[in-house]
Design a protein around this ligand. Structure first.
Ligand code: ADP
Ligand code: MG
Length: 150
């Protein structure tokens, strides 16, 4: 059992709201967190990630979806931020090794943001992590559930 468990649910009516929620989440990060994002294609995972990066002082114009690169590395003054997308990979441990996740997690100060994290199944994260689930697509409002365990 986790020592502490907290869940918050948000509704974002517009892309701007989702970006702003990302900024709030980003502002709460101190380094060493893994963010596990799930939700269908077009749910808003990359957009939320842009909000997070904006709060972490990274130029969001430079942020692109890692659907094909698999891993983007963004360097900020404070720390490295890894942005991973498992969309094109198989379910299970092979996707973790395909992106070199174990090695990435060796950097205890880095922030790691993973889109399609549900593909990792029972991969064990040793440190702090947040699960962020986004429901909805098209122009519909999004339901965003953020849970943290520590
Ligand atoms: P994903 O990374 O989950 O595949 P993206 O972030 O790339 O999704 O795309 C989400 C798309 O949905 C964007 O084009 C965005 O403008 C649109 N959208 C419409 N309404 C919302 C909303 N409330 N929240 C997030 N995205 C929205
Ligand atoms: Mg995406």
């Amino acid at each position: 059992m986790p020592a502490f468990f907290m869940t918050s649910t948000y509704t974002t009516a517009t892309p701007e709201d989702t970006f702003a929620l990302g900024e709030e989440i980003g502002a709460s990060l101190t380094g060493g967190e893994v963010l596990l994002l799930s939700g269908g294609l077009g749910a808003g995972k990359t957009l939320l990630t842009k909000g997070i990066l904006n709060a972490l002082d990274y130029d969001v114009e430079e942020v692109t979806s890692p659907s094909f690169t698999l891993v983007n590395l963004y360097k900020t003054e404070a720390r490295d931020i890894y942005h991973i997308d498992l969309w094109r990979l198989d379910d299970g441990r092979s996707s973790a090794s395909a992106v070199g996740l174990e090695e990435i997690l060796d950097d205890a100060e880095a922030i790691v943001i993973i889109e399609w994290a549900e593909k990792l199944k029972d991969f064990h994260f040793p440190g702090k992590f947040l699960r962020i689930m986004i429901e909805g697509d098209g122009e519909d409002p999004r339901k965003i559930v953020v849970s943290s365990e520590s």
